[in-house]
Design a protein around this ligand. Structure first.
Ligand SMILES: Cc1cc2nc3c(=O)[nH]c(=O)nc-3n(C[C@H](O)[C@H](O)[C@H](O)COP(=O)(O)O)c2cc1C
Length: 389
């Protein structure tokens, strides 16, 4: 049992979830913010077994990234990169600072190895986030995830996204476009074909202008982050639009609004209230979405798999389903700061055991075998007829 399992997690889990999060984030940025300490303990992981990881014009040291939401303000990105992640996605960032929903707004479901959150994009605003990551640039690929401000109506979303895009453009290696958080009212409507098409079009137009202004060799890769609560037809239409609009990849998936199949007693789940569910219960659905996108595109569109990854075996499942990079958030909370190193080491061992000569060779090797449950598709279709996703 690790020190994290035996001592640190039990102490952190006695604190309210958001207090524990703030404490952990501050402790990491204070201790690992110091360059000498960081270099002493850095666990940067690279393996020849992975081969060169070229994804949408960027090179990754390893395939394991920290998902959006952990470091919303980009204050600890540098410290976090020393824990062995191959990439860090900061945000979600909005054009202006905003406080998010009232507390409490993060809840642990330890029996399910899950979290429910309704933070609602609390962040210090795009200009400040750009300053923060400029001051402490991580030693790995940096993504910035952008979202819609709460006060902005859905019909005014485009100028709002563009303002955020402009502010973070220079500092981001890639930009994640979040249209899938369940905690900003109506945000997920932007996954509708007509609205999404307009948004992607506007962002790509601005992308060309800014790439020119900053004399970049190519526009920034845009990745689209989608919800797991979409049915097959909706995913198909999003993928079609993504391809049409030169989206560099899909991040699959965000948290789910479903509460199906949980072990936690119903009263406790109900007492948490609304929010997105993450962690182990999301794993199968994320795998299904990844496999579906992989099959639809014949593997031509890079997929960042996210949802319920705690171990190397979980990451391997997502790679087999079609992901070429992996992210995690809830696994970091439950498994602790060595999770990226352990998953990377485990993945390298799995590749070797299965006689793969590189990670790229394994991507999508099981995509045909990961199928959607028909019942779930039906449920989603019925629900989506009542309310738009
Ligand atoms: C507390 C919390 C906050 C999150 N905030 C964001 C966010 O701001 N933007 C975003 O795109 N995803 C956010 N997510 C979703 C994660 O990035 C990830 O997609 C999801 O949790 C599934 O991965 P996991 O099971 O490894 O946690 C958040 C997740 C959690 C648990």
């Amino acid at each position: 049992m690790s020190l994290y399992d035996s001592i640190v997690r039990p102490i952190l889990f006695r604190l309210p979830a958001e207090t524990a999060h703030e404490f952990a984030l501050r402790s990491l940025s204070v201790t690992l913010g110091n360059e000498s300490v960081r270099e002493l303990v850095a666990q940067r992981f690279q393996s020849e077994l992975f081969g060169k990881l070229h994804r949408f014009g960027l090179e990754f040291r390893n395939p394991i990234g920290l998902a959006a939401g952990f470091d919303k303000n980009g204050t600890a990105a540098q410290a976090l990169s020393a824990l062995g992640f191959g990439f860090i996605e900061v945000g979600t960032v909005t054009s202006e600072p905003q406080p998010g929903n009232p507390r409490p707004r993060i809840f642990r479901l330890p029996r399910d190895r899950a979290l429910i959150n309704r933070l609602g994009f609390n962040n210090c605003g795009a200009v400040q986030v750009a300053e923060n990551v400029k001051r402490g640039r991580p030693d790995c690929v940096l993504g910035v995830n952008i979202g819609k401000s709460r006060r902005v109506a859905i019909e005014d979303a485009i100028p709002d996204y563009l303002a955020t895009f402009d502010a973070v453009y220079e500092v981001a290696d890639y930009i994640g476009v979040n249209v899938s958080s369940p905690n900003t009212p109506n945000l997920r409507e932007l996954q509708r074909a007509d609205l999404l098409s307009e948004l992607l079009n506007a962002l790509q137009e601005r992308n060309l202008v800014l790439a020119n202004r900053f004399s970049l060799a190519a526009p920034r890769p845009l990745l689209l982050k989608i919800a797991p609560d979409l049915n097959e037809a909706e995913i198909e239409s999003i993928v079609e639009l993504a391809l049409k609009n030169d989206v560099a990849g899909i991040i699959a998936t965000n948290t789910t609004i479903s509460r199906d199949g949980l072990q936690t007693p119903r009263e406790k789940i109900d007492s948490c209230g609304e929010g997105g569910l993450s962690g182990a219960p999301l794993r199968d659905r994320s795998n299904q979405v990844i496999a579906l996108i992989y099959r639809l595109t014949g593997g031509s569109l890079p997929i960042v798999g996210v949802g319920g990854v705690f171990t190397a075996e979980d990451a391997w499942e997502q790679i087999g389903a079609g992901a070429s990079l992996i992210q995690l958030y809830t696994g970091f909370i439950y498994e602790g700061p060595s999770v990226a190193r352990r998953i990377n080491e485990g993945l390298a061992a799995i590749l070797k055991r299965n006689d793969f000569s590189s990670l790229d060779e394994a991507i999508g090797c099981r995509a045909d075998r990961v199928k959607d449950e028909p019942q779930r598709s039906q449920r989603l279709a019925q629900r989506n007829q009542r309310t738009p996703p």
